[in-house]
Design a binder for this molecule. Sequence first.
Ligand code: UD1
Length: 384
Amino acid sequence: MGKIESAAGPVLCVVGARPNYMKMAPLIRAFGNRADMPPALLVHTGQHYDAFMNDQLFRDLQLPTPDVNLEVGSGTHAVQTAEIMKRFEPVVDTHRPSCVVVVGDVNSTIACGLVAVKKDVPLVHVEAGLRSNDRRMPEEINRVLTDQISDLLYTTERTAHGNLVREGIADERVHFVGNLMIDSLFAHKPRAVPAATSLARAGVGEKALADWQQFGIVTLHRPSNVDQADTLGDLIETLADASRRLPLLLPLHPRTRANIERFGLAGRLSDSRILTVQPLGYLEMLGLMSAATIVLTDSGGIQEETTALGVPCLTLRENTERPITIEQGTNTLVGTNRHAILRELDAVLATGGKRGRVPELWDGSAAPRIAEHLAGWIAQRVTH
Ligand code: UD1
């Protein structure tokens, strides 16, 4: 087997964009805690790079400074993916890794995955098998393709296994290990910034704080929600209405902020009880989500975090790749229809929302489970 001679090399751990960081942080730590694990090197593609999207999260999650930064920055999907591939290839050549570990579903995940397999380096995908079954989502393409080329696939929920088997992936490659995102959540919850502190930083004065006894948090960044003027306009209109029921904090992703300006929607926001802020740090977001009455989002990770925190979540999408958050957790899929959103919001305000429970193996120990399994897997490849 051609891969064996490189098997003693380091493990290259790839991150690129914000939702990767909370998954990789506990994993890198767990790798470092094992004497039988080759050294782990952190590779940052630079897909996210600014202070709000990147630096603050690295600090909050106590992620080490990357050993390699490819500094690709923004671009179209083709440009960004191609640029990551071009810059990652020499890194693989230099380090001759025993495997490449990618997480999630961003462009960095598939780009580095492709480089690895074409160099005959084993590819490990963490958070494999999630499917929205919506191929218009760039992340869905990244998920399906990364899973197809991975040697080892670690999953967060049992439905993922069925999805993978249906796509012809061999059973023995798939391992249900739990959810790294929840490892980070449990590890950092005691350090979360109190909501009152974050609200004060966001400009909520002491007197106004009384109005924020109950509040909601909103995040919006999916291209399908924010790239068209009428869709984004309708959503903001609905949220402005919702803010009559309770004030809403809206940390603005750079894509969403740019589009609000481009489409001339800023006036409608300032006319409501929606408070916009820069993207928040991890510890601020954790404190705010824990204290929130409700979260409205189109994010993937936040659907999981609210389920683990027991906070009601309305997902402003037509589908989710994380069905367990609906079946067992606090999540409700509401789409973008104004009446549906307001009706579900009213239901949560009246009843307190779904109670939910924390899914199987979302217990804070996914990282040591992966590290133990992967160390054994690498050792076996070296000796055979
Ligand atoms: C990416 C992921 C998405 C994830 C999201 C989290 C893909 C296909 N999408 O989407 O799955 O949910 O990250 O945020 O990989 N920008 C900045 N500063 C930054 C990074 C980006 O200002 O540090 C701006 C740029 O104008 C850029 C835009 O945000 O064009 C979008 O960034 P990009 O990385 O292309 O995709 P995201 O929408 O962030």
